[in-house]
Design a protein around this ligand. Structure first.
Ligand SMILES: [Zn+2]
Length: 83
């Protein structure tokens, strides 16, 4: 079902942005979606969001990787603070 897939994608985007509010279950429209954060055990700061419907149990996972971007690596060191 393309429509439910699109609604899951929209909800996933909202979760990552921290604004998952009022998104109805894409499968059955029976409840508002909820999410929980599940950090990876490798300590790298990444993890995944489990987005689920508390009513029918439909769920999807949203992977979040915390990789240093090229922009971050090229940032100059912070200025020395006065002592
Ligand atoms: Zn549901």
């Amino acid at each position: 079902m393309v429509e439910s897939r699109d609604r899951w994608l929209a909800a996933a985007k909202a979760v990552v942005e921290g604004s998952l509010t009022g998104y109805r279950c894409p499968e059955n429209d029976d409840a508002d979606l909820r999410s929980e954060w599940i950090p990876f055990s490798d300590g790298g700061g990444g993890g995944e969001y489990r987005v689920y419907c508390p009513s029918c149990g439909a769920e999807n996972y949203v992977l979040v990787r915390k990789e240093r971007s090229a922009a971050e690596q090229e940032q100059p060191p912070p200025p020395l603070s006065p002592r």
